[in-house]
Write a protein that binds this ligand. Structure first.
Ligand code: PMP
Length: 398
């Protein structure tokens, strides 16, 4: 497979190299993986040093006790920076948990839904389906919308969502990593404004959002949410911790007995330190939060993400060759999914892109084609390199 090859040993196809390979850090290629994914160079460099000796302690970050003052500082800064980046209100708690975002599929209903209560799920893709399925063990789980019949190519309009009579909460997935769709406000001409749209909620319900693949790609209006969760391995760092932001009053819901490790309330009380936490992934989240702050915050990051997405969707919109997966009103800022006219051309595209220094673009088996993930850390130059490559590929194969 492509990713087994050493790209530096390949002779890039002469027709595509000049435009497709602007400056990159030596020894690195553009990694468009859907996750785990590209990290900012300066974060990797900082971590390299800190793995050896962090803050002059003579001990590497992975070797420090999770009860040491150094880790107290790492954790306190990560919590504070996470909150500061998005002006998270004081009545929210941020937790750094384990078990991946997938564990939130059961932790959310186990902690928040009584056995005789109902929660509504809006299933806009594979991961949202998984959340819906895994929740079934607790309470009544109602599917308020399913995008399955239209191959998950868009986010539902308000009138397509059919809520149950009194859901405790509504669960959505803000960005569908596999299908390349994302919740957006839509302007009068039907185009996305790229600001988050949340569904209008039934009275009394709170919103639970899986933000795995788009957290901090844009500002967050916390007043819309009860719980937000995200595995760290896309916009926040590396696999190993899942960030959960939960409204404080929800910590008091106790619909059933649960082991302490699975209780949000206990994890909040213990500052995510019930047991030995994944120190390095949490440290790396902290470094990513500092990186976001250094970039100028979420408004700057959001503008940059819009610009990168325009570069790639511009190529798709101007092309009769490529077939985008998502409808224009629902297309994602993070995952650009498309295919060539044939599966054979998709294969050639993936191979030639790799030869030109761009890897991990094969689409998920559910969609086929390509998926180009341009999370926060992907520089403009990466999106431009891919766009140039796409135009040149179309010229040669179209
Ligand atoms: N939700 C979404 C939107 C995802 O993209 C993913 C992983 N790609 C998950 C959930 C599952 O995350 P994890 O592997 O951390 O359990």
């Amino acid at each position: 497979m492509c990713s087994m090859l050493n790209p530096t040993s390949l002779q890039p196809a002469s027709a595509i190299t000049a435009a497709a390979t602007p400056a990159r850090a030596p020894g690195r290629i553009y990694n468009f993986s859907a996750g785990p994914s590209f990290l900012p160079e300066e974060v990797i460099k900082q971590a390299q040093g800190d793995i050896w000796n962090v803050e002059g302690s003579g001990i590497g970050i992975m070797e420090h006790s999770h009860r040491a003052p150094l880790y107290d500082k790492v954790l306190a800064e990560a919590e504070a920076d996470f909150a500061a980046i998005s002006n998270m209100p004081k009545n929210f708690k941020v937790l750094f948990l384990v078990g991946g975002a997938t564990s939130q599929n059961y932790m959310v209903p186990a902690n928040l839904l009584g056995q005789s209560e109902t929660a509504d799920y809006i299933t806009t893709g594979y991961w949202a389906e998984r959340s819906f399925e895994h929740a079934q063990m607790y309470g009544h789980i109602h599917e308020a919308y399913s995008g399955k019949s239209t191959n998950y190519r868009s986010i539902p309009r308000e009138d397509e969502i059919k809520y149950s009579s009194k859901p405790v909460y509504v669960h959505i997935c803000s960005n569908n990593t596999i299908y390349g769709t994302q919740w957006h406000e839509i302007d009068a001409s039907g185009k996305p404004t790229w600001h988050m749209r949340t569904p209008t909620m039934p009275d009394g319900a709170f919103l639970v959002c899986d933000m795995c693949s788009d957290i901090y790609c844009r500002p967050i209006d916390w007043s819309k949410y009860g719980v937000v969760y995200a595995g760290a391995q896309k916009n926040l760092g590396v696999a190993g911790t899942t960030v959960v932001a939960i409204r404080e009053d929800l910590l008091e819901r106790r619909p059933r007995e649960l082991p302490e490790m699975l209780q949000y309330r206990v994890q909040a009380r213990e500052h995510s330190r019930m047991n030995t936490p994944p120190v390095f992934p949490i440290y790396l989240c902290g470094q990513m939060f500092k990186w976001i702050i250094r970039q100028g915050g979420l408004d700057v990051i959001h503008k940059r993400n819009i610009a990168k997405a325009h570069i790639l969707y511009g190529v798709l919109d101007a092309s009769k060759f490529y077939k985008p997966a998502a409808t224009p009103d629902s297309r994602s800022l993070m995952n650009v999914v498309f295919r060539c006219p044939t599966a054979a051309l998709d294969d050639i595209f993936v191979k030639e892109a790799f030869a030109a220094g761009m890897d991990n673009i094969r689409g998920h088996r559910a969609t086929g084609g390509m998926r180009v993930s341009i999370y926060n850390a992907m520089p403009d130059a990466g999106a431009k390199a891919m766009a140039d490559f796409m135009r040149e590929f179309e010229r040669r194969h179209g």
